[in-house]
Design a protein around this ligand. Structure first.
Ligand SMILES: Cc1ncc(COP(=O)(O)O)c(C=O)c1O
Length: 403
């Protein structure tokens, strides 16, 4: 007998799908052209229109978008790229794909993002680039990142996986640095199942990435098949990849883009309501939104406070957080830790001989962060229930003493 698990009554997130996506997919199927083609071009154009970014190249994920971004900057063996440790492992993995070395840096516990001081500390003669991750939808302090990059002649790649709708001093992120990449995984504001977008302000880099995503071909499949006369095979001047998004995915993306304004407004309004409801709750710190930022709240990530950033305090706080998360699960309310500290993951810890307290901010963020349910369709009743149960468990759960 297969075990049937009841889904949590309040999930961590929920995609916003309706007939528009189903019909868009049906139209692609009817057209007979399902691989990268006109719908991908339409999705890219819609993405550029929404974000105001000059160039957008659709691909299979943010991870492959980061790979394209690193290749576009010419990063390779012998180079070091500074990457915050508190991020999804893909940010660091992409650096390894090009044969470069990810140098993991610490993050601020207030913003969960990399800081200028940390970047400064990690620069060596081999440093070629900084990967600025806009974690959970809050931009990294790009003025500071760009100032260091200009002074040291470094490239800047923005990991904007979580940052569709994120503004920094009024500008959409993704091309403040040299290039960026977005994700359309279902945990993000809009989804194409899997999917990504490489972005840049440089048309030559975008053209290069278009070719790289298509095996290094000089001409796309669709252009070739739509040409009159003999369908010549394209020219291949470089080794590329198959990072093509399909027209099936892009059609979903176009339908999703039509809802994006509404989805973002709803998520931001929910986040503000959490801020209000949780403002005076002891034992919990709500997400920061510093001046000059518009947080897009891909996730609403709180944290358990600690008096001092010692291993013992973080471990005690972690036991408390996990007990609260387990109690919420019993109430059928899904929560997650924000993301992981890459320097504590097996491969990275072993290869670079890193221990948790080498990067205490990332270690603490890993152990103390708590992401609450957030989705555009969330009702006041659902949100009130999350807050009521969370506050209850924070109050009644024993907090172990450090040490
Ligand atoms: C910060 C960050 N970078 C990269 C990725 C990878 O995105 P994808 O799953 O689209 O490859 C994620 C995914 O969650 C992420 O959160």
């Amino acid at each position: 007998m297969t075990e049937v698990t009841t889904p949590p009554a309040i999930p961590i997130t929920r995609a916003v799908f309706d007939d528009a996506e189903a019909q868009a997919v049906a139209r692609v199927l009817e057209s007979g052209w399902v691989v990268q083609g006109p719908r991908v071009a339409e999705f890219e154009a819609g993405f550029r229109a929404f974000t105001g970014l000059p160039e957008a190249v659709a691909c299979t994920s943010c991870t492959t978008g980061l790979h394209l971004a690193l290749l576009a900057e010419g990063i390779g063996p012998g180079d070091e790229v500074i990457v915050p440790s508190f991020t999804w492992v893909a940010s660091a993995n992409a650096v390894l794909y090009v044969g470069a070395t990810p140098v993991l840096a610490d993050v601020s516990l207030d913003t969960f993002n990399i800081t200028a001081e940390e970047i400064d500390r990690r620069i060596t003669p081999r440093t070629r680039a900084i990967m600025a991750v806009h974690l959970f939808g809050l931009a990294a302090e790009m003025d500071e990142v760009m100032a260091i990059a200009r002074a040291r002649n470094l490239r800047v790649i923005e990991d904007a996986a979580c940052a569709l709708g994120t503004l920094y001093r009024g500008r959409h992120v993704g091309a403040i640095g040299d290039g960026g990449a977005f994700s359309f995984h279902p945990r993000k504001a809009i989804t194409t199942g899997e999917g990504g977008m490489y972005t840049t302000a440089d048309p030559a880099k975008a053209a290069h990435a278009r070719s790289l995503r298509d095996h290094g071909a000089a001409k796309s499949d669709h252009a070739r098949h739509s040409a009159r006369g003999a369908a010549l095979l394209p020219v291949f001047e470089m080794v590329g990849y198959n990072y093509r998004m399909t027209d099936l995915q892009a059609a979903v993306g176009v339908a999703q883009l039509a809802k994006l304004e509404r989805v973002l407004a709803a998520r931001i309004a929910r986040a503000r309501r959490y801020d209000d409801l949780l403002a005076r709750v002891e034992g919990l710190v709500v997400p920061a939104e510093p001046t000059g930022h518009r947080h897009s709240y891909q996730s609403y990530v709180c944290r358990i406070p600690v008096d001092r950033l010692t291993e013992a305090e973080v471990l005690a706080g972690n036991a408390y957080r996990n007990a609260v998360m387990n109690a919420l699960e019993e109430d059928r309310i899904a929560t997650r830790q924000g993301t992981h500290a890459v320097h504590m993951l097996g491969y990275y810890a072993r290869t670079y001989r890193l221990t948790p307290m080498d990067l205490p901010g990332a270690f603490a963020a890993d152990h103390l962060s708590l992401s609450l349910p957030l989705y555009a369709q969330m009702t006041d009743e659902e949100q009130d229930r999350v807050v009521e149960r969370l506050v209850h468990h924070l109050r009644v759960t024993d907090r172990p003493r450090a040490g």
